[in-house]
Design a protein around this ligand. Structure first.
Ligand SMILES: O=P(O)(O)OC[C@H]1O[C@H](OP(=O)(O)OP(=O)(O)O)[C@H](O)[C@@H]1O
Ligand SMILES: O=C(O)c1cc(=O)[nH]c(=O)[nH]1
Length: 192
């Protein structure tokens, strides 16, 4: 993927820079208090859903993640914890159908379903193979860390987690403690 044209001006941007612009425009929230999933408060928050559900944002996320996966060559699937990872996993799986390597997806629930299949993990989990886990934002890394534990428990190998934006608040270190490398597309400093 070389460059993308911004429809309204015809200006071309590198895909990562264009994704950064979309996040800055649609997802960055400032100027009020937000409670994080860790319980801490912040005045700087990424609401990633408008970017992940924007046609151009979704397409860029899929292409950038697939570029990374294709560099590795041995990744059998992509998954993540609900809800943040759901749009990413879905769009990556769909886009991979027309790329050199097909990448099926799976979701890790926060709790087992409680009825029906009662599964904690839904979708296509390739037991015994290496998978990538993904999150939309990482702060402490606790959310995606839970998904890493569940997926390893189910019998898959996890060496890397991809995140769209890492807030640089400890996720890299907490995942390192699980022997996992965090690969952010962007970090908080890209928005300062
Ligand atoms: O690195 P952490 O400290 O765990 O924080 C990041 C997590 O917080 C958000 O999820 P949230 O709990 O708000 O739930 P949602 O994805 O269901 O909206 C986000 O989607 C990440 O999964
Ligand atoms: O830490 C979090 O819970 C969190 C931070 C952020 O910027 N965005 C989000 O959705 N969650």
């Amino acid at each position: 993927m070389v460059a993308v044209a911004f429809a309204e001006t015809g200006t071309t941007y590198k895909p990562l820079e264009r994704l950064r612009q979309i996040i800055a425009e649609k997802s960055l929230r400032k100027g009020r208090a937000f409670k994080l999933s860790s319980g801490k408060m912040t005045d700087y928050f990424f609401d990633m859903k408008p970017t992940m559900l924007d046609p151009e944002g979704a397409s860029l996320i899929a292409s950038l993640i697939l570029d990374e996966i294709e560099k590795r060559g041995d990744i059998a699937a992509i998954g993540g914890l609900v809800l943040g990872a759901v749009p990413i996993v879905s769009v990556v799986a769909a886009h991979s159908n027309v790329r050199p390597r097909r990448v099926p997806g799976f979701f890790v629930r926060k709790e087992p379903k409680g009825h029906g299949t009662n599964q904690l993990i839904d979708g296509n989990l390739p037991i015994g193979a290496k998978v990538i886990l993904v999150d939309d934002v990482t702060t402490t890394g606790g959310s995606v860390g839970k998904a890493v534990d569940a997926v390893r428990e189910a019998g898959c190998k996890v060496e890397e987690v991809f995140t769209i934006v890492d807030r640089l608040e400890g996720a890299m270190q907490s995942l390192q403690e699980r022997d996992v490398r965090l690969v952010p597309l962007l970090t908080r400093t890209d928005f300062e």
